[in-house]
Design a protein around this ligand. Structure first.
Ligand SMILES: Cc1cc2nc3c(=O)[nH]c(=O)nc-3n(C[C@H](O)[C@H](O)[C@H](O)COP(=O)(O)OP(=O)(O)OC[C@H]3O[C@@H](n4cnc5c(N)ncnc54)[C@H](O)[C@@H]3O)c2cc1C
Ligand code: SF4
Length: 317
């Protein structure tokens, strides 16, 4: 790991002023310090966000939820009002990583963590995303890679929180603007070196989630349920009317380089009661058009089942 300076601002303005060419923001540091130890990133200054009171806390009012960027995943998962009114979000936060990591990892950092692709995470592989000429995963070890939206990079978006937030119509506030998360994350076809449109030195200050009357839920499948990144995850928000689904938002995580809206599944569900049959039909619709790589075809039946399961657990509750 390289030597670096450490800045401890107490306001957003001070944090921005502390940034220079080699500086990066540090929140929980779970992803950033990992990348530094792996020799992928070599920042010359870390600007620690923990001393900034304005970035902390969870508030709920008539408009919805405001989550400070340095709120931890653990705090979000345990918040009684979030569990009550935004179940998908609380369940997603509780599903990410393990209790030790959730106690440190922040919501802002979770959205901005870099991809888990093992070629990206290994300094010796200078792949496309790191300024090289080749995506090694395309024809290499790609069992954890995307089945939708890939090319020329085939990462899956690593943030579990993002999957739920996109399903709930979440937005982020920065020191410069407010933007829907559905527009914030971008495909590699737009810029394969980046995963989002955050500008240089721009800082996420809050995450906003509009109040909802929808039933919401989250479901993930992992190799080790207690610890791992997901193989497949699904967040759903179902607006019900007289026993039938009036509107649906269904988002797949670990499927694509961005949280992936399964629009065909949503269309398949609207106007239907939540039954085994309608949930399975939505599951089948969710994977239409999938483009698996050589080693991740298993994700197609997995997502089909995960979507059906998420709908049944949420719609019948
Ligand atoms: C074993 C293990 C299992 C895991 N499983 C999961 C999982 O299932 N799901 C999941 O989603 N994650 C998982 N993670 C990843 C973990 O949740 C993230 O690394 C963590 O949430 C990152 O948050 P942080 O606060 O530590 O971010 P940091 O590491 O501090 O920052 C991450 C990046 O965001 C930037 N940044 C941070 N905050 C801001 C801000 N407010 N404004 C602008 N830039 C900012 C930093 O500069 C950095 O580039 C796992 C990690 C481990 C080690
Ligand atoms: S999937 Fe993306 S990060 Fe992984 S090797 Fe290909 S270009 Fe690099």
């Amino acid at each position: 790991m390289n030597r670096f300076e450490y800045a401890t601002p107490t306001t957003v303005d001070q944090a921005i002023a502390a940034m220079n060419e080699g500086a990066v923001y540090k929140a929980g540091g779970v992803d950033l310090i990992d990348r530094m130890k792996e020799g992928i990133d070599h920042p010359t200054r870390l600007v620690d966000l923990h001393g900034i009171v304005d970035l902390r806390g969870i508030k709920m009012d008539d408009a919805g939820l405001t989550i400070g960027a340095t709120t931890t995943l653990g705090e979000l998962a345990a918040h009684a009002a979030v569990k009550q009114s935004f179940a998908a979000l609380a369940e997603a936060a509780a599903s990410a990583a393990n209790p030790q990591i959730r106690n440190v990892a922040t919501c802002g950092g979770n959205l901005l963590q870099r991809p888990r692709c093992w070629y990206f995470r290994t300094a010796e592989f200078k792949c496309l995303k790191k300024g090289g000429a080749t995506c090694f995963a395309q024809k290499g070890e790609n069992r954890y890679h995307s089945i939708f939206g890939g090319g020329p990079s085939y990462i899956v978006h690593p943030s579990t929180l993002a999957t739920a937030l996109v399903a709930l119509g979440g937005r982020i506030k920065t020191n410069k603007r407010e933007i829907a998360l559905a527009e914030f994350f971008t495909l590699p076809s737009a810029d394969y070196e980046k995963e989002n449109v955050l500008g240089e030195h721009e800082i996420i200050t809050q995450i906003l989630v509009p109040r909802t009357t929808a039933r919401t839920g989250f479901f993930a499948i992992k190799e080790r349920q207690v610890y791992d990144w997901p193989l497949a995850e699904v967040a759903v928000a179902l607006q019900m009317d007289g026993g039938k689904c009036k509107a649906a938002s269904i988002v797949l995580g670990a499927a694509a380089p961005i949280p992936w809206r399964a629009r065909k599944a949503e269309q398949a569900l609207v106007g239907k009661a939540i039954t085994d049959e309608s949930a399975r039909a939505a599951g089948r619709a969710a994977v239409e058009g999938a483009q698996p790589l050589a080693k991740n075809g298993y994700k197609i039946p997995m997502f089909e089942a995960a979507v059906a399961r998420a709908i049944l657990r949420t719609g019948r509750s």
